[in-house]
Write a protein that binds this ligand. Structure first.
Ligand code: PLP
Length: 439
């Protein structure tokens, strides 16, 4: 018996012993095409030599220096790299070890900002239903995914949840996407007024929703309107780009495609591409300045913030993506993947929707295409698809979301940016085999 407290205590896991570009290989020699980057993490595949070398070099110099005592070269250089490319106004970076920590830092920065500027009543958060922002208690409370929250409700702070922007299920008959965006922004504003704007600190959203909905971008104009609503009421906008950021949708930040900026943006996953655990919160100048000219100290921290080796790895990942000009490739490959998925599964009786941006694509699984009825959760469709895909030598990320209190299912694809066209065919062929066997 394994002494590891695995995620599932009823399942056996193959042992991964080697990575080779977009493939992981187990101890039986079986090869798995990583079409989901684990969880949208491994954007450079599994054996990048430049990143490996950068890690080796940094460990040989200084692996770790506590940030209460020192700054380090890779941390400073990575912050410079990100700020040079970030949406306007985001001018400093708080480094952590992953996405949930990045969200916790964002929530606390928002709260401390309002204390520093003399608005201590602002403590209320608004997020969206069916969202996921991490598993630590603050981040979990922010997320609106009922299934993930359920057992822990008594431990969670009170957060309001408004409707997500989810055209496949939310767009009403005869409604234009523009009208839908207005309706959702109005709903947000109504919630702010209901709570009293003077009590609200931030609205939190993922520009392209990953884990809980399966690569769902907002309708055009939605985020512009949300930004306007936040500004009208002095509320901070926190964009969670933990999954959709760092080039995954074809631009370094997903917010770029919405034509907006945010007060805080969280990133992780693709930042270090799995070579080291790292996340970050990008902080606007006004928040940084308020704290700098107030208490001068952010009342939050972890032992491993700004870990030198993790920063060196992330810097190597990001410079490799830039030097190899991989972001235009993400757009090209993403179009190729979506086209292939649509050709193969566009008429599939159990695939209701195919959507996404760049190498972040989702398929929504339904029991009935015409009525969009979700599968009975008892059928555990997502678990069956995952298992069948692994048997076919494919890693994909099937998840159940919460649709009107029920579980629905989707498959998320988030492969590495280094794929060849032939890998796209392999993904679709293997997914086809998995779906035939699982559904
Ligand atoms: N935010 C989003 C949008 C995520 O998808 C995730 C993880 O899947 C997180 C936050 C939490 O990140 P982590 O698992 O690195 O803590």
């Amino acid at each position: 018996m394994s002494h590891v407290f695995h995620r599932s205590l009823t399942q056996d896991y193959p042992t991964a012993i080697k990575g080779e570009g977009p493939y992981l290989i187990d101890d039986q020699g079986r090869r798995y095409l990583d079409a989901c980057g684990g969880a949208a993490v491994s954007c450079l595949g599994h054996s990048d030599t430049a990143v490996t070398e950068a890690i080796r070099e940094q460990v040989g110099k200084v692996a770790y220096a506590h940030t209460a005592f020192f700054t380090t070269e890779p941390m400073e250089a990575l912050a410079d790299f990100l700020v040079e490319r970030a949406p306007a106004g985001l001018e400093s970076v708080y480094f952590v070890s992953g996405g949930s920590e990045a969200m916790e830092a964002a929530l606390k920065l928002a709260r401390q900002y309002f204390i520093e500027i003399g608005q201590p009543r602002r403590r209320h958060l608004i997020a969206r239903r069916q969202s996921y922002h991490g598993n630590t208690l603050g981040a979990l409370a922010t997320g609106g995914n009922a299934w993930r929250r359920q057992q822990f409700e008594p431990l969670l702070i009170d957060v309001s949840h408004v409707s997500p922007c989810y055209a496949y299920r939310g767009l009403q008959e005869g409604e234009t996407p523009e009208a839908y965006a207005v309706r959702l922004a109005d709903e947000l504003e109504a919630e702010i007024l209901h709570l009293g704007a003077e009590n609200v600190m931030a609205f939190v959203a993922e520009p392209v929703v990953g884990a809980t909905m399966g690569a769902v971008p907002a309708v055009p104009g939605y985020f512009k309107r949300v930004r306007e609503v936040c500004d009208r009421h002095g509320i901070l906008l926190i964009l969670d780009e933990v999954m959709c950021g760092m080039g995954r949708t074809g631009t370094l930040f997903a917010a770029e495609q919405e034509g907006i900026t945010a007060d805080l943006i969280t990133i992780a996953k693709g930042l270090g591409a799995g070579y080291q655990p790292i996340g970050a919160t990008l902080v606007s100048r006004r928040i940084r300045d308020a704290i700098a000219s107030g208490s001068g100290f952010f009342q939050h921290g972890h032992t491993y913030i700004g870990h030198a080796t993790a920063c060196a790895a992330a810097l190597a990942v990001q410079t490799t993506i830039q030097q190899r000009d991989l972001l235009p490739r993400v757009c090209e490959l993403g179009e190729g993947l979506q086209r292939r998925l649509t050709e193969r599964f566009g008429e599939h009786p159990h695939i209701g929707d195919i959507r996404g941006r760049g190498l972040f694509q989702g398929l929504e699984l339904v029991a009935d295409r015409a009525t969009k009825t979700a599968f009975d959760p008892e059928r555990k469709v997502n678990a069956r698809v995952k298992q069948a895909a692994m048997q076919a030598g494919l890693m994909c990320y099937p998840m159940g979301g919460t649709i009107d209190g029920r579980l629905g299912d989707h498959i998320l694809l988030a492969p590495p940016f280094i794929l060849e066209e032939s890998h796209l065919d392999e993904i679709v062929d293997k997914l086809d085999i998995a779906l035939r066997s699982a559904l």
